[in-house]
Write a protein that binds this ligand. Structure first.
Ligand code: IMP
Ligand code: MG
Length: 177
């Protein structure tokens, strides 16, 4: 791994594919344990979480369901401030154990807008799993139940996360130089 360029910016290696894989395994172990005997529905937020969701889901041994919704508040490197739902939730979540799957919680705005809509439908329980968390960026506090890595408030790409559309295919996570 070495420095890479995406659009106009340089990025340096930050989390290796192996460390991500190990951590995703640990999160899956915790979820398998916490939800044993239950049948949670995982709601993964597109686009960024697709890779994390796939790898996490692959490590689950409990009965579980998975669906995707699309929410976005980011344009380029800064949150646009608006949260847009472009693919909505079709599943009935009443009485279900829900686990939201996010790539990264930054300001918290995306989930802050989305959670009340979910809670309104009265799931039995609602947990949040995020691969990355930037605690210093918090503007909308949330209780995060499963956190892969807490990271500094610097822009990252790779493993599903993009910079203006590019970088999602990288197996590692890179940080803005
Ligand atoms: P929030 O609503 O501010 O918490 O931002 C959540 C969304 O912004 C995430 O799901 C990502 O899609 C995107 N995002 C936040 N920080 C980064 C980053 O460092 N790199 C790439 N995308 C990010
Ligand atoms: Mg996202």
């Amino acid at each position: 791994m070495s420095i890479i360029k995406i659009h106009d910016k340089e990025f340096v290696p930050y989390l290796s594919a192996e460390s991500i894989r190990n951590r995703v395994n640990e999160l899956a172990d915790a979820i398998n344990n916490d939800f044993s005997g239950k049948r949670p529905l995982f709601i993964a937020i597109l686009n960024g979480s697709f890779m994390f969701a796939a790898d996490l889901f692959r490590c689950l041994t409990i009965e579980s369901e998975l669906c995707f919704i699309k929410l976005a508040s980011y344009r380029g490197m800064k949150s646009s401030g608006k949260v847009v739902t472009s693919i909505g939730l079709e599943e009935d979540i009443f009485g279900k154990d829900i686990v939201i799957v996010e790539d990264i919680v930054d300001t918290g705005k995306t989930l802050h807008h989305f959670l009340p809509k979910l809670l309104h439908q009265q799931p039995r329980s609602l947990k949040i799993a995020t691969l990355l968390h930037k605690p210093e960026a918090t503007q909308f506090p949330l209780t995060l139940d499963y956190i892969g890595f807490s990271i500094p408030n610097k822009f990252v790409v790779g493993y599903g996360l993009d910079y203006d559309g590019l970088g999602r295919n990288l197996k590692e996570i890179y940080q803005l130089k």
